[in-house]
Design a protein around this ligand. Structure first.
Ligand SMILES: O=C(O)CCC(=O)C(=O)O
Ligand SMILES: [Fe+2]
Length: 351
């Protein structure tokens, strides 16, 4: 069982995309060396860019072990803690501060954080996203290879975290198709070692149009046939990223332990594909200043955090990735409502 799972996962390990590597001005300086990544995954596998895309299309996820170097992880962790401190979370990573109802501390759109905020256009990551978007253009002639940032969250979970039930995050109201690709990059600076929370995924589930919480309302975080559990079942090394089709049913299963090894650091970054027919996506409402973590501290919407990314030069020296921060691909809450004309009201703030 275990071996079968490893083999299954082995076909989903990303290799640097040849086309993407050419497009990058510099080599992926932050990428961990291949030997370390191979060792961490049992030394199996290596594929091609099209293998990666085919595996992603079939099963809805792609594992990129060690995509962040040790130096990048150290800088990211320091920045994460610093930004959390600015946001008013305690040093003690616990339930003793005034955020007592949860042991998971969460930031929305840490745009102004120098290292965390740079992740959405971290070249080795965004190149892989671009390759998956390009592959979807072959499946859907309306799709374009470009895409824009939907949101970034940062979560620091501590022992006792209650996890997140099975769900998916494909933004569409009402849910009707999976024609355009929305994907999430799940970043685990300290890997997943089987403590605090496992990433659970249900391979292939992205092809079925489901309500976001349908499976979770029936099964919460239960074991499901065919599901994979990254962490306790399949450990991931430091600096790993798992890219999922946002429509893939997944969750965070609460796990015991972690008291000695520190918090579970995590950031998720999501991207929505552009299309020739200019389909708009639901926008992300809440953008917080570092000191704020609820609706009352929101200082703007989608266009505002995109502007800040651009002002920080996150689109690259020549603006080659400015399109990632083009907010015109999202409904504006000023006009038709952030979910689009079919739905009254704006997006709930949610996982
Ligand atoms: O914590 C995790 O590993 C996954 C959390 C999640 O479902 C999400 O951020 O969309
Ligand atoms: Fe999720």
């Amino acid at each position: 069982m275990h071996t079968r799972r490893l083999r299954h996962v082995a076909s989903h390990i990303a290799v640097p995309a040849a086309a993407a590597a050419e497009a990058a001005a510099a080599p992926p300086a932050g990428a961990a060396d291949d030997d370390a990544a191979a060792a961490a995954t049992g030394g199996e596998l290596r594929g091609t860019e099209s293998d990666d895309a085919a595996a992603f299309q079939a099963d809805g996820y792609l594992v990129c072990p060690g995509l962040l170097s040790g130096e990048h992880v150290a800088a990211l962790t320091a920045d994460f803690d610093d930004y959390m401190r600015q946001a008013g979370f305690s040093e003690r990573h616990g339930t003793e501060d005034n955020f007592e109802e949860s042991s998971t501390e969460r930031l929305t759109q840490p745009t102004q954080s120098p290292v965390l905020g740079a992740l959405p256009t971290y070249r080795p990551l965004v190149d892989r996203i671009a390759a998956l978007m390009a592959a979807n253009c072959r499946a859907n002639p309306d799709a374009l290879p470009t895409f824009s940032l939907h949101h970034q969250h940062a979560l620091r979970a501590v022992p006792g975290d209650t996890g997140s039930d099975w769900h998916h995050d494909y933004e569409q109201y009402p849910q009707r198709d999976r024609d355009l690709l929305m994907c999430h990059a799940f970043v685990y600076p300290h890997g997943l070692k089987g403590e605090i929370g496992d990433l659970i995924v249900l391979p292939g589930s992205h092809k079925t149009v489901l309500g976001r919480d349908t499976i979770g309302s029936l099964f919460q975080q239960a074991e499901l046939p065919g599901a994979l559990s990254f962490g306790s079942g399949i450990p991931l090394p430091n600096g790993s990223v798992v890219i999922v089709n946002s429509a893939l049913v997944h969750g965070r299963r609460a796990m015991p332990g972690g008291e000695r090894s520190g918090p579970r650091y995590f950031s998720d970054i999501s991207y929505c594909q552009h299309s020739r027919s200019r389909q708009l996506w639901p926008s992300y409402q809440m953008f917080h200043k570092p000191g704020g973590r609820d609706d009352t501290a929101a200082i703007g919407g989608h266009a505002d955090f995109c502007k800040l990314h651009l002002a920080a030069g996150r689109g690259g020296e020549n603006g080659e990735l400015d399109y990632v921060f083009d907010a015109s691909w999202f409904y504006s809450s000023d006009t038709e409502g952030s979910n689009g004309p079919e739905v009254a009201g704006d997006s709930p703030w949610r996982d």
